[in-house]
Design a protein around this ligand. Structure first.
Ligand code: 13P
Ligand code: SF4
Length: 332
């Protein structure tokens, strides 16, 4: 039972709704983008954290795993990737012969920044028995140094499939890594990186919102701190949040992940209520990198076919095998 007034729920639902483009501009730009998609034979892939205007013109909206799977099978000539840089890189690695463009080349990720390739190489040199599992939120150079890639949606499966005689090294998210250790019982050496967005939620902030909305399940991303994950009814990737909320009989959910997810959830489950979990500082949380992409920049990158993703042949070749391994294990 949700013990909160309708107004209280509606007020919280408004949080996370960004001031958008003027309706006429939004319509015109969206129509232009749909036209460009046709003329370029392009596909627009968008992550669940993208602004609503981008999600609404995309051909596919999903989590990192779904986006990699879509990139692996697309027949489009041009991939327009609306997410952060490492995601567009992954699409390029899977499609070296295709044009991959992104609205903003500077859309990075705090996890990627935490793990420079030279530091990883130095750590790997300390133990020849390391088997490196890299969370997809890392650079192409780091992928090229890894044995297998994982996403939050398949990390448990990937770790369970890792060779039993190897010492597992998990990079770069220590929170996802510790959650996977708990799920699998496999000890791992964890890189000390984190997502600057997801570590903002605290035990106290989640306890407080649970008091305001007793009965609403808490759904949290595994990049959250352990003290937050312990309070969650479900810990899962952004895509699994959609299936969990759809299948649950609960009418309202507290969501502890980036604010863009609320648009996707409201679109998929229009009869349910989604309450952004507050942090200690704000009422919901946005990734400044994901939010660098706008509908204007999306239009520009399609018109100019720039910024374009380019990677050296060496990196393209070496980063491909661990991604293919991930896709193969996920398909089993
Ligand atoms: P998902 O793969 O669950 O969508 O997560 C990506 C991400 O960047 C989380 O912060
Ligand atoms: Fe990286 Fe966190 Fe932004 Fe995801 S939400 S792209 S992990 S900084």
């Amino acid at each position: 039972m949700i013990d909160a007034s309708d107004t209280q729920i509606r007020d919280r639902e408004k949080i996370g709704v960004r001031p958008g483009l003027a309706p006429a501009r939004l319509d015109a730009l969206s129509r232009e983008i749909v036209g460009l998609k046709r003329s370029l034979n392009a596909v627009i892939l968008a992550h669940n954290y993208q602004v609503s205007e981008i999600q609404d013109v995309a051909d596919f909206v999903g989590d990192s795993l779904g986006l990699a799977q879509q990139a692996a099978k697309t027949s489009a000539d041009v991939i327009v990737f609306c997410g952060v840089h490492f995601m567009a890189e992954t699409a390029k690695i899977l499609n070296p012969g295709k044009v991959v463009v992104l609205p903003d080349r500077d859309a990075g990720c705090s996890l990627e920044e935490s793990c420079p390739a030279d530091r990883l190489r130095a750590l790997q040199a300390t133990n020849p028995n390391f088997y490196t599992i890299a969370y997809i939120n890392c650079s192409a150079e780091v992928k090229a140094l890894s044995d297998v890639i994982c996403t939050s949606g398949n990390a448990v499966r990937i770790v369970n499939a890792a060779p039993a005689d190897k010492d597992l090294l998990f990079v770069p998210d220590e929170n996802l890594g510790s959650w996977v250790m708990e799920q699998t019982g496999r000890p791992m050496t964890l890189w000390r990186g984190d997502c600057y967005v997801h570590v903002e939620w605290t035990h106290g902030s989640i306890l407080k919102i649970r008091e305001d909305f007793p009965g609403a399940p808490v759904v949290a991303h595994p990049e959250c701190l352990r003290s937050v994950r312990l309070l969650a009814d479900e810990v899962c990737s952004t895509e699994k949040m959609v299936s969990y909320c759809r299948a649950s009989p609960a009418p309202a959910f507290i969501i502890a992940t980036e604010a863009g997810m609320l648009h996707r959830l409201r679109r998929e489950c229009p009869d349910k209520t989604f309450i952004p979990a507050p942090t200690d500082r704000c009422a919901c949380n946005e990734c400044r990198f994901m939010k660098m992409n706008t509908l204007d920049k999306l239009y520009d990158c399609m018109v100019n076919l720039s910024p374009k993703l380019e990677l050296s042949r060496d990196i393209l070749e070496r980063a491909r095998a661990p991604i293919d391994r991930m896709l193969e294990i996920s398909a089993r």
